[in-house]
Write a protein that binds this ligand. Structure first.
Ligand code: AMP
Length: 380
């Protein structure tokens, strides 16, 4: 089995690593010749519009996938005419653009914060829909909190719009969320679907720092507010949590093949979708040691038309990102049940260099390990 991965960052690296035990050969394509996936798999270092290099890359591959959503749509579509590309390039088209993304989510019944495109000739009209405070975001190429800012007043709003122009912009209501969660699901070529448990995510400065996975009780109440909690089972319970329903709906609406991540805000008993990542996701890294089958292996199984593996968690897990600088390796490895992953990248402020997954039999034990890990990192 031979596959190609567009993008050679840590996600491509972990996909390639997951392929080895299954005998899957991966080749990676990235414009940066030193992309870190190149340390574990053959790498083609060429631009995304080098059609000769792309034609050679497509040759002999069963299918091609991608590990980041800013792969140019034209590249994915050009390849799709020669070899299957999973997930469908339609997912790139939708989820590269925050406006198309939210319009699509709403069209399949997944709620989002109120939003409106910002008309450069009449920017204030967007506020009629979102009100203040609001978040101003570039429609394209935003990630890890880049290309966005919060406005509390009209003056701040206009200053932000001016700062980001001439980029196309979207305004969103600023949501007073209790927590941020993500739901990761996978759909295979045959239509089989599996959904990992919901994960709580803690961000700092727009970058994911910690993901926490609780097995029981569920992150969200299984009964809607006001519903009689003693009536059992509730319709919501039967169908799994709201977040899982949303992911299933999204996978089916697009005939999607591969792993998808849906990031959401929890506001009271409601979930509002923030964004979709049409790929394996940072908040799913815990699955390498924490689930029966990792998101990386299940992505490969899905795109190759193989049966999916169990997504059952193997205990209480947490994942901590290593950002900007690394702690002493010996100190991490001394923490019981700490699994260290380093991506082979040169340290730079704000750069994701690796992660640690913690796994324990009880929530209390997991929380103690997490505390110990965060204390260690606070000294770096
Ligand atoms: P994003 O790039 O859209 O994932 O946004 C980065 C982070 O900004 C999110 O993880 C949230 O913490 C925050 N954020 C983005 N949009 C909103 C919103 N509409 N309301 C509240 N917080 C937001």
């Amino acid at each position: 089995m031979r596959i190609g991965i567009l993008g050679g960052g840590q996600l491509g690296r972990m996909l390639a690593l997951a392929g080895y035990p299954l005998g899957i050969h991966t080749e990676v394509y990235d414009p940066a010749p030193d992309a870190c996936a190149g340390q574990v798999a053959p790498l083609v270092g060429a631009p995304y519009d080098d059609w000769d290099a792309l034609a050679r890359f497509a040759e002999g591959k069963q299918c091609i996938t991608y590990e980041f959503e800013n792969v140019p749509l034209a590249t994915a579509q050009w390849l799709e005419a020669r070899v299957p590309v999973h997930p469908t390039p339609r997912a790139l088209e939708l989820f590269q653009d925050r406006l198309l993304e939210k319009q699509f989510l709403n069209s399949i019944g997944i709620p989002t914060p109120a939003f409106a495109p910002i008309d450069p000739t009449d920017p204030d009209s967007a506020l009629e829909r979102t009100g203040l405070p609001c978040v101003v975001k570039t429609r394209r190429f935003g990630y890890d909190g880049k290309g966005q800012g919060v406005a509390h007043t009209h003056a701040e709003y206009r200053a932000l719009v001016q700062r980001f122009q001439p980029h196309a912009l979207i305004a969103e209501a600023l949501v007073p969320f209790e927590r941020e969660v993500s739901a990761i699901g996978v759909r295979s070529l045959s239509g089989e679907i599996a959904l990992y448990p919901l994960v709580e995510n803690i961000h700092q400065e727009g970058i994911l720092r910690v993901s926490i996975v609780d097995v029981l009780p569920p992150l969200l109440p299984t009964h809607a507010a006001g519903e009689d909690a003693t009536r059992s089972p509730s319709p919501r319970h039967e169908h799994g949590s709201e977040g899982e329903d949303y992911v299933r709906r999204l996978l089916e609406a697009l005939n999607y093949v591969g792993v998808v991540a849906l990031e959401m805000f929890q506001v009271g008993a409601r979930l509002l979708a923030n964004e979709v990542a049409p790929r394996v996701h940072n908040s799913g890294h815990w699955t390498i040691e924490g689930a029966e089958t990792s998101q990386f292996e299940n992505h490969l199984r899905a795109i190759l038309g193989l049966p999916l593996g169990s997504v059952a968690p193997r205990g209480y897990c947490a994942m901590v990102n290593l950002i900007g600088a690394l702690p002493p390796i010996e100190a991490v490895l001394r923490i019981p049940n700490a699994h260290l992953h380093l991506y082979g990248k040169t340290p730079r402020p704000g750069r994701k260099l690796g992660h640690i997954t913690l796994r324990a039999d009880t929530r209390e034990a997991r929380d103690a390990l997490l505390q110990q890990t965060l204390e260690l990192l606070s000294r770096v």
